[in-house]
Structure formats: C-alpha cells, structure tokens
Design a protein around this ligand. Structure first.
Ligand code: MN3
Length: 230
C-alpha cells in the first residue's frame, strides 16, 4: 500500500468506527517501509566456471550482496524513507543518504546481474540481435562498445545496456549508481549489466579487467535481455 493510501484508509477507518460510536483504534504502526530482498542465485556458484570462479561467486553473492541488502534496509528503517517501490526509491536517489543510495544500488544491481548471466554457451538471436545490429552496426561493434564502456569506467562501477524510451544506449555508472537513479547521467530501463568492481573478478583475473570482460560474454543470458527488451 502506498503511504498516502494508508493514511487515507486509516482516516476513513477511524471515521467509520467513530460514527458507529465505538472507541477508535488508531494503530501506531508506521506505514510499511520498502524492503529490499536478495534474489536467490538462479544457478549454483560453481556453474559459471571457468569464466567466473566459484569462490568469487560465493564471496560476491554471500558477502558483498548480502551486506548491501542488510545495510540498505537498516538505513531505510533509520531514515523512514517514504518510498514504496524500488523504482520510486531510485527516482529520488539524489535525496537519499550516501548509505541508502550506495547500498540500495548494490542491492538492486546485483539482483539484476545474477539474472542476466547463465551457465553454458549462449547465443544472441532474434529481436535482440536485430536491435543491437541496427543500433550499433553489428553484434561485434556492440560488444566492442560495451567492453570499452566497461574498460574505461575508472575505479568501481557498472557497464550497462539500457533502453531509453526505445533507444538502445551503452554507458557506465560509478560505484553502485544505476540508470534508474535521478542523478545518473545514463538513464533508461536496464537490459544488461556488468559489474566491474574488482571484487567481481580479482581472485581469478587480478588486474586484467579486459580478460574478465572477454570471458563474461560466454555467460550472458540473452533470453533475459530479450525479456527486458519487451
Ligand atoms: Mn559486485
């Protein structure tokens, strides 16, 4: 229930009870706060091997992602943010504390990231292949542009393919920012994302981010990209 609706409904309930001559029962419970939840990993932590190793996946999912979820929910509770959906939360990102924004982004971005990967050889086909070729010239050119965006993001961040009102765009965001945030330069509906924080690849690839990106193409779940393209 949205906050406004809750308040309206509470007022109506009190009024209805009041007119019936009963003692109004006014709940002192606050409207339900937004809660981020960690999506289950849709495959085992070893199944993206050899491209992404088991230990990295276990630490990434079980420690980093879990911490973002816990921290954002703590901060939402501490600040009583009134946003009732994740979309609304990110649309107001510029009003959030650093803790809420960074951990909220981390919570959402990783839920998304796990979904757009899949074990086994994947092929780009159908409408996704057509749309990428049409926008970027060819599938190879799309991959080059996306990899370049992932490579040139200095420090920690994410590379994205988004649909900005039907136009496909490639870009990157710093830290845990994402294209749903009002403060993001890159805006749109995320179709594909790549985590380029060192914690995503350092155990296996050390400083060789380019090798990680090359390997990652083998585990992209293009069916999920197609679903999001609509
Ligand atoms: Mn990460």
């Amino acid at each position: 229930m949205k906050r406004r609706e809750f308040i309206d409904q509470s007022a109506r309930t009190v009024a209805a009870i009041g007119t019936a001559g009963l003692v109004p029962v006014i709940s002192d419970a606050s409207p339900a706060l937004l809660v981020f939840t960690q999506s289950p990993l849709p495959y085992s932590s070893s199944s993206l091997e050899p491209h992404i190793d088991k230990e990295t996946m276990e630490i990434h999912y079980g420690r980093h992602h879990t911490a973002y979820i816990k921290n954002v929910n703590e901060e939402i509770a501490a600040k009583s943010y009134p946003y009732s959906t994740e979309a609304e939360f990110f649309a107001n990102a510029s009003k959030l504390s650093d803790k809420a924004r960074n951990n909220g982004g981390g919570a959402w971005n990783h839920n998304f990231f796990w979904q757009v990967m899949k074990p086994g050889a994947q092929t780009i086909s159908g409408k996704v292949a057509d749309a990428l070729s049409q926008t970027f010239g060819s599938l190879e050119k799309f991959k080059e542009a996306f990899a370049s965006s992932a490579m040139t993001r200095f420090g920690s961040g994410w590379a994205w393919l988004v649909s900005d009102q039907g136009t496909l765009k490639i870009g990157s965001t710093p830290n845990q920012d994402n294209p749903l945030m009002d403060r993001s330069e890159l805006k749109g509906t995320p179709l594909l994302a790549l985590d380029v924080w060192e914690h995503a690849y350092y155990l296996k690839y050390q400083n060789k981010r380019a090798d990680y990106i090359t390997a990652w193409w083998n585990v992209v779940n293009w069916e999920e990209v197609a679903k999001r393209l609509g």
